[in-house]
Design a protein around this ligand. Structure first.
Ligand SMILES: Nc1ncnc2c1ncn2[C@@H]1O[C@H](COP(=O)(O)OP(=O)(O)O)[C@@H](O)[C@H]1O
Ligand SMILES: [Mg+2]
Length: 440
């Protein structure tokens, strides 16, 4: 609802009522001459004018519909006012108006939504209390040009707001006042912080192996110059560290490439059965190193979902083959790394029927029997460099970027990831991918 103290509405009412009165008087006087027809005509006119006065005098913009121009708006000015109010009511930007005494005279619904409820006719601080905002508003009210300020509103959830304050006369009385527009910058600030954190994390991840490389090079140039055993050992460690850096850079590059394309969904049709069979063969060696096996086509872990046992019978999904290979490679690789030696890694596939709201999907679950992941970590697993156990991940050659890559590939594919884990029993990562267009 638009709070309005529109003085024009009252004036219009008075004007229309006065006009109605004068007409009635005129006709009543005329009635002395031709009493009956004049009285009937007069009563009709008064009723018409009264109705008009009521319509004009009704405070526009209140109630349902937020004041869209109504059919009966007879004066162009009234129609324009109503249209302006409708515009303000529909404006997603929170806006309010203050008078010379910093009292709020008008606020739109977006401002109500931002602040809970705007306190009309009270000092701005009753609605939003921050010294930076007050000072900026006061400067404008004192005659300075438009101002901009940014401030943090503490509360249950901290919000960063920017405000733009422009001098503007208060409607109706023409006295100076100001219009304040607010922009919620919370998400922009969060994105800024994430970017800064990401650069810091990436540099840190690269610096560690680099420092170790520099250390070993110096040792080989100095104390270990003539020690063939030490040289062999150190070169082995150096190779490991250099490979770690190469893996990190490869993951960083693929993450940024996927992100760049994220708004453009892939258009190909991918046979996931072939992708999964290829990966099972490629990763079989790593699995046997840990006495593990990869079993494809087990029943769905979700009750009642069945499961497609033959990989040749999977319906094609809409996607990019290389990216989907990278996605499942990361998931199966994690299952091998974090699964208990001697247990199988299972892959289950099933079809999720089309609904009114979404296309038909193919679900693929990668299931391991390992230590599992404590519940509190689940929501953050797909953040870059987030690991449950940093040291363990590094020892296993992880970069901490695998699941972030999975998430971004799924974003691009308009798919979804569900992670479910029972500590002590294992984890399952379920990927949902839209079926190729001609199927759904
Ligand atoms: N199958 C799994 N079982 C247990 N923990 C897992 C599993 N998959 C991922 N994690 C946890 O999530 C973290 C992030 O995974 P990922 O992004 O692939 O990084 P990493 O390079 O460490 O494998 C891992 O460090 C690990 O703590
Ligand atoms: Mg990984």
């Amino acid at each position: 609802m638009l709070h309005d103290l529109n003085p024009l509405a009252g004036k219009r009412f008075l004007a229309a009522a006065a006009l109605a009165g004068i007409t009635f008087l005129g006709l009543a006087l005329g009635g002395w001459i031709a009493p009956i027809p004049a009285l009937v005509a007069g009563l009709g006119l008064v009723a018409g004018l009264g109705l008009l006065a009521w319509r004009l005098g009704r405070p526009a913009g209140r109630g349902e519909g937020g004041g869209a121009p109504t059919e009966g708006s007879s004066s162009p000015q009234a129609a324009r006012l109503e249209a302006l109010e409708a515009l303000l009511a529909g404006l997603p930007l929170p806006v309010l108006q203050v008078d010379q005494g910093r009292r709020v005279t008008l606020a739109n619904p977006a401002a109500d939504a931002l602040f809970g409820r705007v306190q009309i006719e009270r000092d701005l601080v009753a609605t939003v209390r921050h010294p930076l905002l007050n000072e900026a508003v006061d400067r404008v009210l004192a005659g300075e040009t438009g101002q901009e300020t940014e401030f943090v509103l503490a509360g249950a959830s901290e919000r960063v707001l920017a405000a733009r304050i422009e001098p503007a006369p208060v409607s109706g009385n023409g006295r100076p006042g100001a219009v304040v527009a607010f922009y919620d910058m919370t998400r922009v600030k969060q994105a800024d912080r994430m970017r800064a954190d990401f650069v810091a994390n990436a540099s840190h991840e690269l610096r560690t192996p680099l420092a170790s490389l520099i250390g070993f090079i110096e040792t080989l140039q100095g104390p270990a110059r003539d020690d063939p055993d030490a040289r062999e050992r150190f070169l082995g460690i150096m190779q490991e560290q250099a490979q770690r850096m190469a893996r990190l850079i490869a993951d960083l590059l693929s993450l940024s490439r996927i992100e760049l394309n994220e708004h453009r969904p892939p258009t190909g049709a991918v046979d996931l059965g072939a992708v999964l069979k290829g990966l099972a063969a490629a990763l079989a060696f790593r699995a046997t190193e840990r006495q593990m096996t990869i079993e494809l086509g087990v029943p769905s872990p979700l009750p009642g979902m069945g499961g497609i046992a033959a990989m040749t019978e999977l319906p094609p999904v809409q996607g990019d083959r290389d990216e989907l290979t990278q996605l499942f490679q990361n998931l199966i690789d994690n299952a091998i790394k974090y699964g208990r030696p001697g247990t199988p890694v299972s892959v289950a596939c099933w079809r999720v029927p089309q609904t009114r709201l979404q296309r038909g999907m193919l679900a693929v679950a990668v299931i391991d029997r390992g230590d599992g992941i404590p519940r509190e970590h689940l929501p953050r697993l797909t953040e870059r460099f987030y690991r449950v156990d940093k040291a363990r991940s590094r020892d296993l050659g992880g970069t901490g970027l695998g699941l972030a890559i999975v998430k971004h590939i799924l974003n691009r594919h308009r798919g979804r990831l569900a992670i479910d884990s029972t500590p002590g029993e294992g984890s399952r990562f379920i990927v949902y991918l839209p079926l190729a267009a001609e199927l759904s």
